[in-house]
Write a protein that binds this ligand. Structure first.
Ligand code: NAD
Ligand code: GLY
Length: 372
């Protein structure tokens, strides 16, 4: 007999990702508990990984009900924060998988944001040479980006996501109910990845975000469901073309080179990921406008969008631009040695593989300090 959550199940959208190596559904809606049970009940052993914040919020709700309905499901919680996406956490997960008797036919469930999703996914990718995992993303960023596409990994002290693998989940359940408890700042940071999809791939979607910004900010269910659906669809279109990021998938990193450098330079303590990416995208767009490669109205509109979603539009003077530039140079060197950038021609159209003068980026970043 199943225990039910008091909510009406409604799958508003469903899509499938079909790559060369895997195929899985993404469901977007509310009260997806039963759909989730349908997927999980075939596994003889399951480890649900979450963090302490989500355990507090949901142990009497979804987590407790999953445990009641699935006797072979055990729960493990890790401390909250990017710094726990590390090798010590990974070791603890392996130990728990072993002590709970999870075998090759078992499953890991990632219940959380991108941090939980990445580390749970990597544990599943590597435990016994790879077992199944299911994503139940609880942040907007995880719903539109990190839970889909199969990138999993952990950080090393030297850098983010330095150890990882491609391992796709068996299913993704984007339940809008979880967004009710997500802090506003996290929600807005997640919006940056949504805006990114519009900027690089779909001018109509960018227009949709702009026209519906009030509904989106107030988390109107209909608007948010479409937002997640279209974001997943756009990401899926790229992932299926280039599963292992040998080429075009790099466009999904628009704004990320500068963003990662800002995050890393500020020790991941000042900016959320989406906030740093907002600054990275802003610097790049300003650079392209300065070079007459992009219409200045794109810059004006983008700044308006950032301001509306309370994302940063300038760099505080305390940020050491030279140090940020060293991170960028290091990041680019780690690649093939040829600095490759993702640039924008107009909204919805990107080019990949361009070279950009690092000195010009330095000047733009200094400009973002002065304009503050
Ligand atoms: P996160 O996982 O740290 O979650 C953000 C915060 O929100 C945390 O404090 C978390 O406890 C809290 N939270 C989560 N869901 C909540 C809810 N429903 N209610 C209340 N609080 C909630 O951060 P994130 O932004 O989700 O993910 C960032 C991570 O994702 C980074 O590690 C990044 O590298 C990774 N990432 C991975 C990919 C990928 O393709 N694998 C893509 C983008 C980002
Ligand atoms: N977040 C970028 C990617 O999945 O490729």
């Amino acid at each position: 007999m199943r225990d039910h959550i008091e909510s009406n199940e409604s799958i508003r959208y469903q899509l499938a990702i079909e790559t060369e190596t895997s195929s899985y559904p993404i469901m977007i809606g509310e009260g997806l508990f039963d759909a989730c049970l349908d997927t999980l009940e075939k596994y003889p052993s399951i480890l649900l990984l979450t963090n302490d914040t989500l355990l507090d919020l949901y142990h009497e709700g979804v987590i407790g009900l999953l445990q009641k309905s699935l006797p072979f499901l055990s729960c493990m919680s890790i401390p909250d924060g990017e710094r726990y996406k590390n090798i010590d956490t990974l070791r603890e997960i392996y130990e728990r998988l072993l002590s709970r008797g999870v075998a090759r036919d078992g499953c890991v469930v990632a219940f959380g944001g991108g941090v939980v999703g990445d580390v749970a996914g990597f544990a599943a990718a590597t435990f016994m040479r790879g077992i199944d995992y299911v994503q139940i993303p609880t942040t907007l960023l995880a719903m539109v980006d990190s839970s889909i596409g199969g990138k999993t990994g952990i950080n090393l002290p030297k850098g983010k996501n330095m150890i990882g693998s491609f391992h796709h989940p068996r299913a993704v359940f984007c339940d809008l109910d979880f967004l009710d408890t997500l802090p506003k700042r996290e929600y807005h940071a997640g919006m940056m990845e949504v805006i990114k999809y519009g900027l690089i791939l779909d001018d109509a979607f960018y227009g949709f975000i702009s026209a519906n910004r009030e509904q989106i900010a107030s988390r109107d269910r209909e608007a948010v469901a479409y937002l997640i659906y279209r974001s997943c669809q756009l990401k899926a279109q790229i992932v299926v073309q280039d599963e292992k990021e040998k080429g075009i998938r790099a466009i999904l990193n628009f704004g990320h080179t500068i963003g990662h450098a800002i995050e890393s330079h500020t020790n991941y303590a000042t900016y959320l990921h989406g906030e740093a990416v907002a600054l990275g995208a802003l610097a790049l767009i300003r650079h392209l406008v300065d070079k007459n490669m992009l219409d200045c109205h794109v810059l004006e509109g983008f700044i308006g969008m950032l301001q509306f979603f309370e994302l940063p539009t300038f760099l505080p003077p305390a940020v050491d631009v030279d140090a940020v530039m060293s991170h960028i140079a290091y990041d680019k060197k780690r690649g093939s040695g040829i600095p490759k950038w993702v640039t924008l021609n107009r909204i919805g159209f990107v080019t990949w593989g361009q070279s950009v003068e690092l000195e010009e980026i330095r000047e733009v970043l200094r400009g973002l300090q002065k304009n503050g």
